[in-house]
Design a protein. Structure first.
Length: 365
């Protein structure tokens, strides 16, 4: 089985499609606003003062409203990501300090703060590079773990037996999160290298088309499903290199690639077969359809020109895939018809196709 011609491309890290991320952020902020209103209602009905619920959360909802407006206007997603990350961190810091100031029971009696720290650290690894996120993770853990002990030392308070265990558990979880993020970074780096190697192996870097090896799967698929193949050659290309230089010759090859791509039928592929030769697959086309496509491709070159060079025509050999065909046999027939087109004067195509359909006659060899 021939190697795949999948091209490299895309970012090195996976990110959800922008529309999906925008929708999720809008829903998350809207849900957060509802939760804050609900908590304030409960605090009001319970009586007393809860500074975190009645002061900190409402104040930190201001950036949430700013982010909501930004998202609805279609602004870049990195701004609300960082703004909301900062907001949630303010909430965590305020929660840690207020819990310590208002604490009447032994330190470490609740674990809500620490799991908030874990969630924030995970968000940090999703938004920032690993090194930045690791530094933030360490700083937040030291702060959240240190506040209760500072409070105990200053007030000579009691410590819950669960506090060291809880802090150790959270520290291990944070190390595990960092290890997973580091592994993800290594995996993505290796995957990026593999993609680059695939591109080098299966793509012609000059034209950005599949090279010969990259066209193998398309030709094999054509043999299996039926259709036509066309081998094309730029006429008098050596003259272009001799008269205008190889740099201009390269520009002509890149231009020819764009012209050929514009002439592809649905499901068709075109690649650089070698030198100034290109191979085009025309899946699903019968004789008349293939002949019409070949004529259209020749006309596309005949009616366009390259700046500073002029008109560059092509010669082409066209052949239908046959039952039991092999890649070498198919390409050999196309090559035979290509040279027949050159012997006939160039700027045209030759091939043997079925005499059926609306076009009654085709050039034969």
């Amino acid at each position: 089985m021939s190697p795949s011609s999948r091209r490299a491309g895309g970012p090195s890290t996976w990110r959800a499609p922008e529309d999906l991320r925008r929708t999720l952020y809008l829903l998350a902020i809207a849900l957060g606003l509802v939760v804050v209103l609900f908590l304030n209602l409960l605090a009001y009905r319970a009586g007393g003062v809860n500074l975190y619920v009645q002061v900190v959360l409402p104040v930190t909802m201001i950036p949430a409203l700013v982010s909501l407006g930004w998202l609805l206007r279609g602004g870049p997603l990195d701004v609300p990501e960082r703004l909301m990350f900062f907001t949630v961190n303010v909430q965590v810091f305020a929660q840690a300090l207020l819990e310590e100031v208002q604490r009447t029971e032994p330190a470490g009696g609740t674990d809500l703060l620490y799991w908030s720290v874990v969630v924030n650290v995970m968000l940090g690894y999703l938004i920032f590079p690993n090194r930045v996120a690791a530094g933030y993770s360490a700083a937040l853990f030291v702060f959240s773990a240190g506040v209760p002990w500072v409070g105990v030392a200053l007030r000579d308070g009691a410590v819950s037996p669960d506090l060291p265990r809880l802090q150790l558990t959270v520290g291990i979880v944070l190390l595990f999160v960092h290890a997973l993020s580091w592994y993800r970074g290594q995996f993505e780096s290796q995957r990026s290298e593999v993609r680059v190697m695939e591109q080098l192996a299966f793509t012609d870097l000059l034209t950005n088309l599949p090279n010969r090896r990259g066209m193998y799967p398309a030709v094999e698929a054509l043999i299996g499903s039926g259709g036509a193949a066309m081998l094309l050659d730029l006429d008098y290309f050596k003259r272009v290199n001799d008269e205008f230089g190889h740099q201009v010759g390269d520009e002509v090859l890149a231009w020819a690639a764009r012209v050929l791509e514009a002439q592809l039928p649905p499901g068709g592929r075109v690649g650089r077969w070698g030198g100034e030769e290109f191979l085009m697959t025309l899946p699903g086309l019968d004789g008349p359809g293939a002949a019409a496509r070949a004529e259209a491709v020749c006309a596309a070159f005949r009616t366009q020109s390259v700046a500073g060079v002029g008109v560059v025509t092509i010669s082409a050999g066209l052949t239908l895939a046959r039952p039991g065909d092999t890649l070498p046999a198919l390409v050999a027939r196309a090559d035979e018809y290509l040279y027949a087109a050159k012997r006939a004067g160039r700027d045209g195509w030759r091939g043997r196709v079925e005499r059926t359909g609306a076009l009654p006659a085709f050039p034969d060899v």
